[in-house]
Design a binder for this molecule. Sequence first.
Ligand code: ZN
Length: 107
Amino acid sequence: MESKDKSKKAMRKINRKTTSGKSKLIAVRKEKEGTHHCAICSAELLGVQNSGSKSEKIPTRVFAGHLCGKCVRKVVKIASMVKEKLESMDNISLKLKPYVEVMVKKL
Ligand SMILES: [Zn+2]
């Protein structure tokens, strides 16, 4: 029962008053829920919250809020190997590739 209505619960209707004084449904937003997960290994990201300012929400690390610490370490290692030409970009998995490309530019 709960799983069936989950998609409806995630949607939120917002009533706002218009200039004419009538209330009108202006937007249907998806409500933020659940925890954030790593884009590569889908592990739960610790220290990432939905409320507060941006600096309170995510840790100040490279790819924070997207990748977990283990995957960041993996990306940095591969990026440095690509930079030193010990590894070619063709051998890197498709999930890691965009992050490695960004990291190579930063190094
Ligand atoms: Zn991960």
